[in-house]
Design a protein around this ligand. Structure first.
Ligand SMILES: [Zn+2]
Length: 315
């Protein structure tokens, strides 16, 4: 598979471009690309959203930043992919409808032999076309339909530059050490020696205007820190010295209606009761206890859980 149509590579200094990019994978629609080349050289920044198709603050923030971009001041190249998984977006779903693949477990992608072949081919096309040429990646997520997340912005262990950028992101997003997980876009970018950040905001398939504002401001601060100022409005620099959230998701082994007894952002000890699962008659099936100590950084938005689904993020 060779991809010929890359108009963003031919931009002259001071030019911007928006258009559809045919991913070259059968059964998949084109994805929107927003691109700008500054008058001076500098960092190649890639900002991604919509890797999961039911998350909206990232795409809206990428739109807002591009619409406000002052290309005369810009140094380097800015590329925004607001909707990386167009098919999932159209289906208002987390996963690619045609093969039920989770794109954020499929990077850097594969052309053959994958269990979700269409999703793996999309991952491969996006990774080779956009991630390999970039210097810095910021991947914006939210809790999607299933979860609600504490706002947080993170980096991977060993990613010193990414940590500095994340701690300067602002907007109240909690510093976060993202767990190493094969197939995740930001992790695979980190492994490919890119400066890689990931972020979470809210969820429930809402579009939270506060999240859009915080993401947009955070992106401006990242750009200012990379000497590629997007506009006058980056705001004062910040440094969030709080101990980072680390840890990960906890799944339930039982299906049932989850009535949580804790709040997002609360600190819990290992063994603290997170809530109770009930059956259809209101009988308690299981008390769910925290497997590790830490801050509760995500809870279900859809309270009726199936076995294997996420009941919390604690770290
Ligand atoms: Zn996501």
């Amino acid at each position: 598979m060779s991809i010929q149509n890359k108009p963003w590579e031919k931009l002259k200094p001071g030019e911007t471009w928006r258009g559809w990019w045919e991913v070259g994978v059968s059964d998949l629609p084109a994805i929107p690309v927003l691109a700008a080349r500054g008058k001076a050289g500098g960092t190649n920044l890639l900002v991604t959203g919509g890797v999961h198709g039911d998350e909206y603050e990232g795409p809206a923030a990428i739109h807002a930043l591009f619409n406000d971009l002052d290309v005369a001041r810009l140094c380097g190249v800015w590329i925004g992919l607001p909707i990386v998984n167009s098919a999932a977006w159209q289906a208002r779903a987390r996963r690619t409808p045609v093969d039920n693949g989770d794109l954020n477990r499929a990077f850097p992608g594969a052309l053959t032999g994958a269990s979700h072949p269409t999703t793996a081919a999309l991952a491969q096309a996006v990774f080779e076309t956009f991630v390999r040429p970039c210097d810095v990646l910021v991947d914006l997520h939210s809790g999607g339909a299933a979860l609600v997340h504490l706002p947080m912005v993170g980096w991977y262990v060993g990613g010193e530059t990414a940590e500095k950028l994340a701690r300067g992101f602002g907007g109240g997003l909690h510093p976060w050490i993202v767990p190493d997980a094969a197939g995740v876009l930001s992790y695979e970018a980190h492994r490919a020696s890119k400066v890689a950040l990931g972020a979470e905001w809210g969820g429930g398939a809402r579009l939270d205007p506060e999240g859009v504002k915080a993401y947009t401001l955070g992106l401006r601060r990242v750009m200012a820190a990379l000497n590629m100022p997007p506009s006058e409005r980056a705001g004062p620099s910040v440094f969030d010295a709080r101990a980072p959230i680390s840890g990960g998701y906890q799944e339930t082994q039982t299906s049932g209606l989850f009535a949580s007894s804790i709040r997002l952002g609360e600190r819990v000890a290992a063994g603290t009761t997170l809530g109770v699962l009930y059956d259809a008659f209101g009988s308690a099936l299981e008390e769910i206890k925290a497997k590790r100590p830490g801050i509760v950084a995500a809870l279900p938005h859809i309270a009726l859980l199936r076995a294997g689904e996420r009941v919390a993020y604690i770290g």
